[in-house]
Design a binder for this molecule. Structure first.
Ligand code: S3P
Length: 162
């Protein structure tokens, strides 16, 4: 299965919870990208820019997609056409859109400084969220709230997948 959604929605946390419950491998694209690029995510944004980051992200996604694993994507994967089309074209894995009220997401995003696009003022980040919302909805088989305990979110995903 593939987890999509905005920064702070809990993709990585939920992916690991699902991995434990379903005994499946978890691949976090944000962990694969620094290996491909040989730089941290903030370094990629600072030294090579967002466009270069999206290409690394696309490479990580394409190398991962066909596997029977749980994939946690980065929040901006839907903004790069090639990645979007790849997600749209694949039919083997269900896609879950994890979502919560924007204020909750923003609060979680501020808890770490590892997200170059998240460390901006609230209105800028809100616009980013709004501009991506339709894409998350269009690409997903099911929207799942993460404004509930992790356990409940994971169970909602598992019961939809049965
Ligand atoms: C990004 C989200 C991040 C990471 C990068 C860019 C975005 O992933 O890929 O900082 O454009 O929304 P998370 O959604 O896991 O924070």
């Amino acid at each position: 299965m593939i987890l999509i959604g905005f920064m702070g929605c809990g993709k990585t946390t939920i992916a690991h919870e699902l991995g434990k419950k379903l005994n499946k491998q978890v691949i976090d694209l944000d962990a694969v990208i620094p290996v491909i690029a040989n730089k941290t995510i903030p370094e990629i944004f600072a030294k090579e820019g967002e466009a270069a980051f999206r290409k690394y992200e696309f490479q990580a996604l394409s190398e991962t997609l066909s596997k029977d694993v749980i994939i946690a994507t980065g929040g901006g994967v839907v903004t790069f056409d090639k990645s979007y089309e790849l997600l749209q074209a694949q039919k083997e894995m269900p896609v879950f859109f994890l979502n919560a009220p924007f204020e909750n997401l923003y609060e979680r995003i501020q808890a770490d400084d590892n997200r170059p696009l998240g460390n901006q003022d609230i209105e800028t980040v809100r616009n980013l969220y709004q501009s991506r919302l339709k894409k998350y909805q269009a690409l997903s088989d099911k929207e799942i709230s993460t404004a509930q305990p992790i356990e409940n979110t994971a169970e909602a995903i598992i019961s939809f997948s049965k």
